[in-house]
Ligand binder design. Structure first.
Ligand SMILES: Cc1cc2nc3c(=O)[nH]c(=O)nc-3n(C[C@H](O)[C@H](O)[C@H](O)COP(=O)(O)OP(=O)(O)OC[C@H]3O[C@@H](n4cnc5c(N)ncnc54)[C@H](O)[C@@H]3O)c2cc1C
Length: 438
């Protein structure tokens, strides 16, 4: 087809915050946009922990990209996993759900494929300690948590019961802190009157952090408040503690003084560390881009790969001036990349200024009616922090129906401790361990 008459082709890889905000700027513009995502949905990762602990359903935090973009008539959504890029031929290679491959041409490419979980060189831990990045992870964790109470209920050996009622979490960033608090609230409020042989309130939640503080990115004052709130909830916080082993028996941790301690815990959950997906390596090899320590792609101040002004990398996968891996960075950089491409398509003479991130603050949920929020020098905690948390999350949750649904679910949980989303997958039978023979 003649280059002068065919519309400009934009390919966006990833429908998370970065990819979605990039795609949205092309509505009614003279481009054909292909949005490729391996899950085919936009996932609101900041609320994964609420899905994992039965507050929200998977449908409330994950929305099909097709539905979000149904009125963007020039956008085509494709469920496929991008495996490589050919910058010379301007093609991306992708794998469909059935394993077959396809190639998609582009004039501009925007990559926002996010980051995966890192086990700091110990991938063998993953078998016993699932991370939390996808809907599948959240449902796996939900099943593990609820099954642990079921196991404890049916065992008579107090040592085994205690092991099943011990939950060990690794990483006291927002995800670890939020998940730890929710497990305690699940045990002390939701499940309180439902069991006959165990008292769910006996559940121990251990939270291990390698650094000197929980929620360190929120500053010392909010860190201290968070530690206090965790203590009130009954979460045991272990700082400067490095995980040395995870297996079916539990977790082994090295304290700051070098002491090794083994904690018998049937449920170990991982909320620490990130690493770039395989696609980042393929992209770096194809374009000569540099990667940082965790594999993020180093980009120019215009979010492009050096020497490739037609390829943008945004969101968590972009390494630029030490910007954090948070949703706001992804939204703003995604939108910025989209606008840069739009400038080219619409032949705007002036080049857009380099990308500048505007920090709009960050929030973490601690317990019912308590959260921390920081914005520059402004710090809120307790109820005020929680109100801010609530508004921020309602504002950014995608889709009107999801917002209404989430508010109703929160009303049930916050007022009565109820959790309506406790469906789990059938457990996979494992080797018989401590079960008693009939
Ligand atoms: C549990 C958790 C809690 C968080 N809490 C907060 C919070 O409270 N506040 C905050 O600001 N941030 C939070 N974050 C971080 C925030 O979610 C990320 O910064 C944001 O999602 C990054 O957006 P992204 O578009 O770069 O990547 P993502 O949102 O991860 O999206 C990447 C997309 O790319 C797709 N994809 C990946 N590889 C491929 C491929 N090869 N081919 C096709 N598609 C692919 C994935 O399916 C996914 O849809 C949290 C993250 C997690 C995991």
């Amino acid at each position: 087809m003649d280059d002068h008459v065919r519309p400009h082709r934009v390919v966006v890889v990833g429908g998370g915050f970065g990819g979605l905000y990039a795609a949205r700027v092309f509505r009614r513009r003279p481009v054909t946009l292909t949005l490729i995502d391996s899950a085919g949905q936009h996932l609101f990762q900041p609320l994964l922990y609420q899905c994992a602990t039965g507050v929200l359903s998977e449908g409330q935090i994950a929305v099909p990209l097709r539905r979000i973009l149904k009125r963007h008539e020039n956008v085509e959504c494709l469920r496929a996993t991008v495996t490589g890029v050919d910058p010379a031929g301007r093609l991306v290679a992708a794998r469909r759900p059935d394993g077959s491959t396809l190639r998609i041409p582009y004039d501009h490419l925007i990559v926002s494929a996010g980051l995966g979980q890192s086990y700091f060189g110990h991938d063998e831990f993953a078998r016993f300690a699932p991370g939390m990045k996808t809907i599948g992870d959240a449902l796996t964790i939900r099943g593990k948590i609820l099954d642990a109470f079921e196991m404890a209920e049916s065992l008579s050996d107090p040592v085994q019961r205690r092991r099943w009622l011990t939950f060990a979490l690794v990483g006291a960033g927002p995800t670890g802190v939020e998940l730890a608090g929710q497990i305690r609230e699940l045990a002390t409020q939701t499940l309180r009157d439902e069991f006959r042989h165990i008292d769910p309130e006996d559940a121990r939640v251990l939270l291990f952090e390698g650094g000197p503080a929980a929620l360190a990115s929120f500053g010392p004052k909010l860190s201290a408040r968070a530690a206090l709130a965790l203590d009130k909830l009954g979460v045991e916080l272990y700082l400067r503690s490095l995980v040395t082993r995870v297996d079916e028996t539990g977790i082994e941790v090295k304290a700051a003084d070098g002491t090794l301690t083994h904690y018998a815990a049937a449920t170990v959950l991982w909320a620490a560390g990130v690493r770039a997906p395989g696609l980042a390596g393929a992209l770096a090899r194809a374009t000569g881009a540099e990667q940082d320590r965790v594999g993020r792609i180093k980009v120019t101040p215009r979010c492009t790969i050096p020497g490739h002004p037609e390829i943008f990398v945004v969101g968590d996968l972009m390494a630029l001036e030490g910007l954090p891996g948070v949703a706001e960075v992804a939204m703003q950089s995604g939108r910025y990349a989209g606008l840069c491409v739009r400038d080219v398509v619409e032949h705007r003479p002036r080049e857009r200024k380099p990308f500048r991130y505007r920090d709009l603050g960050s929030a973490a949920y601690l317990s019912r009616g308590r959260a921390v929020f920081s914005f520059g020098r402004i710090r809120f905690s307790g109820f005020v922090g929680w109100v801010v948390w609530l508004f921020v999350h309602i504002a950014f949750l995608t889709g009107f129906r999801n917002r209404v649904g989430a508010v109703l679910s929160w009303a049930v949980t916050f007022s009565r401790g109820g959790r309506r989303e406790r469906a789990t997958l059938e457990p996979v039978p494992g080797p018989a361990g401590e079960g008693e023979e009939p």
